[in-house]
Design a protein around this ligand. Structure first.
Ligand SMILES: Cc1cc2nc3c(=O)[nH]c(=O)nc-3n(C[C@H](O)[C@H](O)[C@H](O)COP(=O)(O)O)c2cc1C
Length: 127
């Protein structure tokens, strides 16, 4: 059944191969804006045949990010930046879901790589 479509209320998904949410820590400007990185990362799963692609944990407020390099959806510019990504994924015949996230007491951690610092991000660096 892995390659059979599945119906969920009004939404049909072409198969049951779904990509789990995976943080990328790749909003290098630390503004929560999804970029070409996210387009290629998520788009390649859709191009490869996944039925549904889940975005990384996407913060609903800046202070709710796991790290300063998380993606966000707390302003209209971010909404607009997600649109080419959702358009491409849908254009490949896949579905896309956005994982809304708030990291709570685990927020403001340092990104695990490519970052000058470890542990809790201080407030003067956006933590
Ligand atoms: C690189 C990486 C990033 C991840 N980021 C997220 C995330 O943003 N949100 C989330 O809920 N889980 C995240 N996870 C956890 C995966 O979604 C989790 O491994 C998966 O749901 C487990 O599925 P499994 O039990 O079938 O292995 C991440 C895992 C990896 C490896």
């Amino acid at each position: 059944m892995l390659f059979e479509p599945i119906q969920m209320r009004s939404m049909s998904v072409r198969n049951r191969l779904w990509v789990a949410a995976m943080c990328q820590y790749s909003c290098l400007a630390e503004d929560g804006m999804p970029s070409d990185w996210h387009l290629v990362h998520l788009g390649s799963f859709a191009r490869g045949g996944a039925g549904l692609v889940v975005t990384e944990a996407t913060a609903v407020v800046p202070e709710g990010r796991i790290s300063p390099r998380d993606a966000g959806i707390w302003n209209d510019e971010q909404v607009a930046a997600w649109q080419p990504i959702t358009r491409f994924v849908k254009g490949q015949g896949a579905r896309i879901a956005l994982q809304l996230a708030h990291a709570g007491r685990k927020a403001s951690d340092s990104p695990p790589w490519g970052y000058d610092g470890t542990g809790t991000v201080p407030a003067d660096r956006g933590g």
